[in-house]
Write a protein that binds this ligand. Structure first.
Ligand code: HSE
Length: 363
């Protein structure tokens, strides 16, 4: 049996959906991976923090957060004096990693789902590095750490003999990183091209159907798919962060979202979309990278695509990523259904991978 103690830093749409899915999948995780878990800590931006080394009542935590009430009432009596109710994510990680030494928590895993920061990827990068150095494994759906600091985090994780997994950072739960890591040994990824942002694809295809930009964006915000600051989607920042993440991991790059040449869809009007359609074209926000002078170069921009381009066929929230390889030609990964559950699933699947590793290490 593998026992994992989870620290949830970020408890918004993704963090809460992860907590629900984890409960739903408990029986399968136990049966197929011998995995038993407890949530020992939660840090939120607006609803306080809680820690209890004996495990928190996750159903209660979900109820409190959804009612907009502080989680601090859940903190176990022994921790109360040490952990202030307004403890930040970093405070909680430091506290739990010292607690883990003191109290011998089981294997600690940070589940990082704070919001993307497009300046420096903070505080997520610090969360991840502090947790790894403190002896925790890390799973994240946040694009920041891998888009801004993949190389540094990788070496910290290797030194600490801990896992750093981030499948949810690109295309929700569709296994992009796992596909390459687990099934394409020694293949070289020489470039990629794709549509990797759901919100902008939804807006562009809604405008093709005669609806307005504002209506379509409001729907994506209502569904919790748009970023908390929707200009990150509209101005191409989310796609640039995903492009940097893909370049760093799959092409050994050292990009950041700010090194990606970027144009968003703010200037794309319904007239432009209709004009393109009248000429048999489709406008899509295309993210791509190729090897320049040895270094991968990435860019994000709306492009007018011919009707026979596979990216032109993507409707609604669909994504498609085409990887160029040296040995298999091009491989397309098509996401037909995206959303919060899929992102939460990426975290659950990363957790299953950690359970497998911990089981292996201790056998
Ligand atoms: N805002 C993102 C999108 C969410 O629209 O694709 C998934 O990363």
């Amino acid at each position: 049996m593998v026992y994992l103690d989870l620290l949830l830093v970020g408890f918004g749409n993704v963090g809460r959906q992860f907590a629900r899915l984890l409960q739903e999948k408990s029986v399968q995780l136990r049966r197929d991976y011998g995995l038993s878990w407890r949530v020992v800590g939660i840090a939120t931006k607006r609803h306080g923090s809680a820690f209890d080394a004996r495990g928190l009542d996750i159903v209660k935590a979900l109820r409190l957060a959804e009612a907009g009430t502080s989680l601090d009432v859940l903190t176990g009596a022994e921790s109360e004096r040490l952990l202030p109710a307004d403890a930040s994510g970093l405070d909680l990680i430091k506290y739990a990693t010292s607690e883990s030494k003191l109290r011998r928590l089981q294997h600690l895993v940070l589940v990082e789902t704070t919001l993307l920061d497009i300046q420096r990827g903070q505080p997520a990068v610090d969360h991840v590095i502090t947790a790894l150095r403190g002896g925790a494994h890390v799973v994240t759906a946040n694009k920041g750490p891998v888009a801004f600091a993949h190389r540094e985090i990788r070496s910290v994780a290797e030194l600490a003999h801990r896992e750093f997994l981030f499948e949810g950072a690109v295309m929700d739960g569709i296994p992009v990183f796992n596909l390459v890591r687990e099934t394409l040994p020694v293949a070289d990824i020489t470039g990629f091209r794709g549509v990797v942002n759901a919100t902008t694809n939804y807006i562009l295809t809604a405008m093709e159907a005669g609806r307005t930009f504002a209506e379509a964006l409001a729907e994506m915000q209502g569904a919790g798919i748009a970023e908390a600051d929707p200009s990150f989607d509209v101005d191409g920042w989310d796609a640039a962060a995903k492009t940097a993440a893909l370049m760093n991991v799959l092409m050994h790059g050292s990009a950041t979202p700010r090194t990606i040449a970027r144009t968003g869809i703010r200037e794309i009007t319904r007239d432009r979309v209709e004009d393109a359609m009248a000429r048999g074209k489709r406008i899509r926000l295309v993210a791509a990278a190729e090897r320049g002078d040895g270094h991968p170069v990435g860019h994000v921009a709306p492009e007018e695509l011919d009707a026979d381009d596979p990216l032109a066929h993507l409707t609604g929230m669909q994504n498609l990523l085409i990887l160029q390889t040296d040995v298999l030609g091009s491989i397309g990964i098509h996401q037909l259904d995206g959303g919060l559950t899929q992102t939460a699933y990426a975290l659950v699947s990363d957790l299953a991978a950690i359970a497998r590793r911990v089981g292996r290490d201790s056998s």
